[in-house]
Design a protein around this ligand. Structure first.
Ligand SMILES: Cc1ncc(COP(=O)(O)O)c(C=O)c1O
Length: 402
């Protein structure tokens, strides 16, 4: 039912627009028969982990898909970033955005490095050469860019800046499987890139991740570090870790890779509905990912306007959640505002990051969002944006108890 009065909104006592909850992080599951076939193979071989045949197959398929020399599968993206930092022999400070998932920054800390937060570009939500340059100092060894929402993180300008300054550039590509920077697939940028195959990602191993590089020596080092003893390719490295991917993870990720094209196509069709419908929303805009190369359309991200007549971000989130549309303030409050960084970072000025943390909302996109559901979500947002001042005022009044 399309809402026409304030009272029909669930936050004001109405019936939720959806009976089932619609999460933003949705899981693409393979058909059960395929899952059964893959897992009976694992049982028959009795080979469960330690660089098994499915991991080898997955590495080779990822390398082919991305056109990169080496794909090195790992337990997850966070471990992959830690291994990358060690393989690259980084020291001292690494420049990183605060507008990202905490794991990006935590990986640096676990690798014994000091994250230095740089602001992001308001149009791309990623680091840029302009935002990074002021933070380069004598102790900087690297820049860790994040291809947020699958958008390339200013790779050309950042590479030039890093080359001029003698810094290593590497990327967190957790969101970016299948995305490209113009003609170049992400996976080939910087010295190394780390992907996530978490259950909610476009390629899912339930958990999982992978490092990619075109550098043979770095690949050898990463393969050595991910295994805590000498069973694989030996490179001269010190500390190691258990970063191995299991056969079960590889099986899931291989099945997910088979479904990549159809999942992307579905995401794209839902995104196109959001894009078309968002033209009618005032004070809320959809971040558009099209037109910059290939994209996986894994995320639908809205930005609310900084305008008293526009719907407030937190009001929009509360209102949508009331309707069982489990929108998220993604990312909030920014990693620099989280422990342990909030205690150690000191006074720090990241105006664009702070503004984005106050104005971005992620809405559901993925297998559970059919065209009908997408239109239903748009109907709610259209009503909310069209009645923003009244909704803002009424919620403020109810909260103050008047
Ligand atoms: C940008 C970013 N980096 C890193 C990670 C961590 O990935 P994983 O859960 O595979 O360790 C995530 C997880 O969602 C992420 O969004």
């Amino acid at each position: 039912m399309i809402k026409t009065t304030l009272e029909q909104l669930a936050i004001f006592g109405g019936k939720p627009a959806f009976e089932e909850e619609l999460p933003v992080g949705q899981v693409n599951l393979p058909p059960w028969e395929d899952f059964e076939r893959m897992f009976s193979g694992i049982f028959e071989r009795g080979y469960y982990t330690n660089h098994g045949p499915l991991v080898a197959r997955l590495e080779s398929r990822i390398a082919d898909t991305l056109g990169v020399r080496h794909a090195i599968c790992m337990t997850n993206c966070t471990i992959a970033l830690m291994v990358a930092a060690r393989a690259l022999e980084l020291r001292g400070e690494v420049i990183v955005p605060a507008f990202t998932f905490p794991g990006t920054v935590q990986a640096l800390t676990w690798a014994g490095l000091e994250p230095v937060f740089a602001d992001v570009d308001p149009h791309t939500h990623t680091l840029s050469a302009a935002t990074v340059a002021p933070h380069i100092g004598p102790r900087t060894s690297a820049v860790l860019g994040v291809h947020l929402w699958g958008q390339p993180c200013d790779p050309d300008q950042l590479q030039s800046l890093c080359d001029e300054s003698g810094l290593v550039l590497f990327f967190d590509a957790a969101h970016a499987f299948g995305c490209s920077h113009r003609e170049r697939m992400i996976g080939n940028l910087g010295k190394m890139e780390a992907f996530s195959f978490h259950a909610t990602k476009i390629i899912s191993g339930a958990e999982g991740g992978c490092l990619t590089t075109n550098d043979d020596e770095l690949a050898k080092r990463a393969r050595t570090i991910r295994n805590f003893h000498n069973a694989e390719t030996f490179a001269n490295v010190g500390l190691r870790i258990n970063g191995k991917m299991s056969e079960a993870q590889a099986a899931m990720a291989l099945l997910s890779l088979d479904q990549y094209d159809s999942n992307c196509k579905h995401n794209r069709s839902i995104f196109d509905i959001y894009r078309a419908r968002s033209q009618d929303w005032s004070g809320v805009r959809l971040r558009d990912f099209s037109g910059h190369g290939t994209h996986n359309f894994q995320y639908a991200v809205l930005e609310t306007a900084n305008d008293p007549d526009a719907i407030e971000r937190d009001v929009l989130v509360e209102l949508l959640r009331g309707e069982n549309i489990l929108a998220r303030r993604y990312f909030y409050p920014g990693v620099h505002r989280l422990s342990p960084y909030v205690e150690s970072a000191g006074p720090i000025s990241l105006p664009v990051t702070e503004a984005l943390c106050e104005h971005t909302v992620q809405i559901p996109l993925g297998p559970c969002v059919t065209e009908r559901i997408a239109h239903g979500i748009c109907d709610v947002i259209e009503f909310a944006t069209g009645n923003a001042p009244t909704i803002n005022q009424r919620l403020a009044r109810e909260r103050s108890g008047d």
